[in-house]
Design a protein around this ligand. Sequence first.
Ligand SMILES: C[S@@+](CC[C@H](N)C(=O)[O-])C[C@H]1O[C@@H](n2cnc3c(N)ncnc32)[C@H](O)[C@@H]1O
Length: 315
Amino acid sequence: MGTEHTPVLLDEVLTYLNPQPNQNFIDATFGGGGHTAAILKATAPKGQLFTFDIDPEASGSAARLGSRVHHFSKNFSLLYETLRDGYPNVPIQGVLFDLGYSSLQLVDPTLGLSFQTSQPLDMRLSRTGNMSAAVIVNSWSEKDIADVIFKFGEERLSRRIASAIVRARKEAAITTTDRLVDIVRRAVGGRRGRIHPATKTFQALRIAVNGELDNVLAGVAAAKEVVTCGGRIAVITFHSLEDRVVKQLFREAQEYCHCEPDALQCHCAKDRPWTVLTKKPVVPSRQEILQNPRARSAKLRVIEKIYDAKTKESA
Ligand SMILES: C[S@@+](CC[C@H](N)C(=O)[O-])C[C@H]1O[C@@H](n2cnc3c(N)ncnc32)[C@H](O)[C@@H]1O
């Protein structure tokens, strides 16, 4: 098993979150702790870091980072309640979401995220719960499987793949990644350009198993509540579906009107609560992609809270 995860867009994240001594931040997706470690250094000596990861395996390395790190093995959709209940008066200067999965998880032989080796068809980042990729492919209807592969994988051959899955499972339950790869490969017919034929199907199953898009909606909404005026939310995505969700969320945050519901005319335009700092998403340099090919599809978007409707404070 690999022992490292290289943080993606690290310099860019530090530029946008701009951590300063004694400020507090949330790393909503701790992973191997690469971003956390850099923010921790910049916020010394007293800044606190609240870190989340749905995968309980991530907690071990968080514990090694010292007493300024408070780690929660929880879904980041719970970050608002977690901070409100445990640390109500700690001002949070920024929140980072580095979505998806880490290199450590990709090579974990129990998770089934990789189609390069034979692994159990699981994909639950939390390692708990009843839903797994095997449950979807072995018990869902052909139509539901096709819909999931189309919606979350943007796979135009979703129906053909779903039909092949349903035919194959009649022979024997599909329990390993290599068997699923084989079924998909035969259904779509070999390689398609530079991407592996099973990439989109695997992405779709992973998103469905982990409720990834719903988590992004809930996580960003929670982050908007906890960030202080002048604070920022940075999100790194790894595929176009997720990036579109974040782009739309940020656009809506910027356009949000907080006038009274019965106001005849909007009069809060000058107090827009959020501003988007990245008109276009920030992408990795060629050099970063050469050093860390996994970074190639990363996109960073950042918003800043410029008006707090609760405290009536402007940044
Ligand atoms: C790309 S990795 C983060 C890597 C990290 N920034 C680093 O530098 O090491 C994404 C992490 O987010 C976690 N994750 C995914 N969805 C989550 C969720 N809804 N709540 C909390 N953690 C989540 C995954 O378990 C994984 O460890």
